[in-house]
Every structure is written in C-alpha cells, then in structure tokens.
Design a protein around this ligand. Structure first.
Ligand SMILES: Nc1ncnc2c1ncn2[C@@H]1O[C@H](COP(=O)(O)OP(=O)(O)OP(=O)(O)O)[C@@H](O)[C@H]1O
Ligand SMILES: [Mg+2]
Ligand SMILES: [Zn+2]
Length: 341
C-alpha cells in the first residue's frame, strides 16, 4: 500500500508497521476463508446462496448501463431477492449452531479493517503503533492484560480507619476508582488531569494502567513513561541534530490523547529537567491534552523539589488524589510465602 505519512515518510519503521498491517489483514482474510470452506462443506446450500448473491450483485452493477428498464424497480426487486437469501443464510448458520458472523472477516481493528487508515487519515490504532514503536511500549500490552479495571482487587485496601486519614483506605480507593472510571467515560467531553500521590506499593501505577487499558480499548492513544525515561528521551532529542525519528518522538509527547508520567520525583533534577517537565505540562494544558502524573513524594517534598511554575500548574490544573494504606507489594509477597507453606 502506498500512502504518504504526515512525517517520517522515509523511515523504515513505518514500512515495517505497514507490512505488519498487511500481514494482519491477510491473516484475518485467510482465517475467514478457512471458516467459509468449513461451512460450505457442512452446509452446501450456503455455497449456492453465496453464488446466487454474487450473481445478483453482478446483475445490479450491469443494470446501471442498461437502457429501457425501470432501474428503481429493478433495484428494489434485486434487493428483496438478496435480503431473502441473506435471511436464509443466517437462518442456516444459526440452525447449525454457527455464530452469525462466523464467515465474516474478523479484523483486529474494526474502524480501519486493519489498513491503518480511515480515508486518508491515520486510524488511532496506527497512531498507537507508532507511539509503541517509538517508545518501546510493546511490553505495556502484556502489563495491561494483568493490570486493568477487571483485575483490580479492592480487598488489598483495609476497610478500617487508617492513621488519622478521613476515610478508610477502602473507601478512599473506591472514590478514586469511581473518579477514574468517570475520567475514562467522559474522556471526550470534560477536561481533567489526575495527580496520584502516596507511598510506595499503593496501586498508583496499577490504576494508571487501568485507565490506559480502557482508553486504548476505546481507540485513544496513550503514552506511558516514567519521569526519568521521559527525560532521557528529551535529552536524546535536544542534544542531537535534527532527526526525523526524534522529531516524531517529540511530537508524540504533545499529541497523544493521554500522557502518563509515572514516578515523578525519581528523575535526576536539574534546570534542564525542570524546564522540560514544565514545558510538557504547560503545552499539554494549553492544548487541553490530558495527563496523569504519579509520585511518591509527599506534597511538602514536591514543593521543595519543583519550581513554582510547575507546582502552580500541578495544583491548579490537576485533581489530586492521595493513596494511603498498607503496601500491596508486601501483601502480595506475604500471600506468596503463605501459599508455598
Ligand atoms: N488494586 C490492585 N489490585 C491488584 N493488584 C494491585 C492493586 N494495586 C496494586 N497492585 C499490585 O501491587 C503492586 C504495587 O502496585 P503499584 O506498582 O501500582 O504501586 P505504586 O503505588 O505505583 O508504587 P510506587 O510508588 O512504588 O511506584 C504491583 O505488583 C501491582 O500489580
Ligand atoms: Mg508506581
Ligand atoms: Zn485501526
């Protein structure tokens, strides 16, 4: 397929991605063919129906060029015939216990039928592939299979009061999860950024992953980076000559639908890092692009670490959620030890 990309037209990785799409498509089409042949063998009438449907289609195409026939009447008659055949086909499949779509081609992405494009614009699945390729995010998918709203365990959070906090850890996390579900559901309609803070092992990364998974499943693009990973990339970008691939990397930081910056505060803090973090947060705020930032810095340390300009944007534009309770990592380790005994 020859289509011009908005950038990086000479990058080989784009060609790799496009050939992945081609493979995906032929895989889906071949698999459908196998199913179709299986059905033809079990229900020969379906093969006849498909042939008849093919003939009807061809007749319809030819009729356009014929003179002296009532074309509307002809179309409506052909339509009736074809609907009758389709109904018979569906009934036969169902009677033989096949799912209704058994002989359809099942694409990974319904929106673009595994072409990567809708019209001439990139499908979100292609945009996400470009992000994953640029930021080595292929591993994220595996993590998201394990860390998502369906696998979220509330039992790790105690239902009893905790160290003078207003809510029990359970009630607190329930409220946070509700907010996160709303964040996903209202992703198009409201503008909100989330800031997760709290001690280690309380599910901040887990919950960001839940959101990432839901958004990816709904066709949004998501970039996940730790603060230090992000700064390493920025160093690479800023200190090298103009390079197409690096420009794409930079563009993604500003253009992806959701940017998750995890472990803020674990990066090496310099004037450069402060400036870059500020720049990212500020630019994304201005263009109303959403962010989730997590940290295990306490708020007073956050104040000490970051410039006033960063702090004021964090407090002004992010909804802050404190995670508290017992370290889930320790609980999981303890459960494992018990299971071994
Ligand atoms: N609600 C949950 N249900 C199931 N497992 C969870 C849940 N929350 C966290 N975990 C697991 O507990 C461990 C710690 O969680 P996570 O990494 O999200 O903590 P964190 O708050 O990001 O910690 P840190 O501040 O050290 O980065 C992980 O192995 C994670 O899979
Ligand atoms: Mg974490
Ligand atoms: Zn797609």
């Amino acid at each position: 397929m020859k289509r011009k990309m908005s950038n990086n037209s000479n990058s080989t990785y784009i060609n790799d991605i496009l050939s992945e799409y081609e493979k995906m498509r032929s895989f889906a089409e071949d698999a459908a063919k196998v199913r179709l042949n299986e059905v033809y063998e079990h229900i020969p009438r379906i093969k006849e129906i498909d042939t008849e449907l093919g003939v009807l289609g061809a007749q319809l195409a030819q009729a356009v060029f014929k003179k002296g026939i009532d074309i509307d009447d002809f179309i409506s008659k052909q339509k009736q015939k074809s609907e009758k055949l389709k109904a018979e086909r569906a009934e036969l499949l169902s009677r033989h216990n096949y799912p209704a779509n058994y002989t359809d081609v099942i694409y990974k992405c319904k929106a673009c039928e595994d072409t990567g494009f809708i019209g001439s614009s990139q499908c979100s699945c292609l945009k996400q592939r470009i992000i994953d390729r640029n930021y080595n995010q292929s591993n994220l998918k595996n993590i998201l299979k394990k860390e998502n709203f369906d696998t979220f365990v509330f039992n790790y959070y105690s239902p009893y009061s905790f160290e003078g906090e207003p809510l029990s850890p359970r009630k607190n996390i329930e409220e946070i999860v509700t907010t996160c579900i709303n964040f996903v559901q209202n992703f198009d309609t409201s503008y909100e950024n989330l800031f997760f803070f709290g001690n280690s092992g309380l599910g901040k990364t887990f919950l960001s992953n839940c959101i990432a998974k839901s958004l990816l499943d709904n066709g949004y693009t998501v970039m996940y980076q730790t603060a230090s990973g992000l700064l390493d990339t920025l160093k690479e970008i800023r200190f090298s000559n103009n390079d197409d691939n690096l420009n794409t990397k930079l563009e993604i930081i500003f253009s992806c639908d959701l940017l998750i910056i995890d472990d803020l505060g674990t990066e090496y803090i310099t004037d450069f890092s402060q400036m870059e973090i500020f720049n990212i947060i500020n630019k994304r705020l201005l263009s109303q692009k959403k962010m989730i930032i997590s940290t295990n810095l306490h708020l007073e340390n956050l104040y000490k670490t970051y410039s006033e300009r960063i702090i004021s944007r964090l407090f002004g534009n992010f909804t802050m959620y404190k995670f508290y309770g017992d370290d889930i990592r320790l609980k999981i380790a303890e459960n494992r030890r018990k299971a071994k005994k």
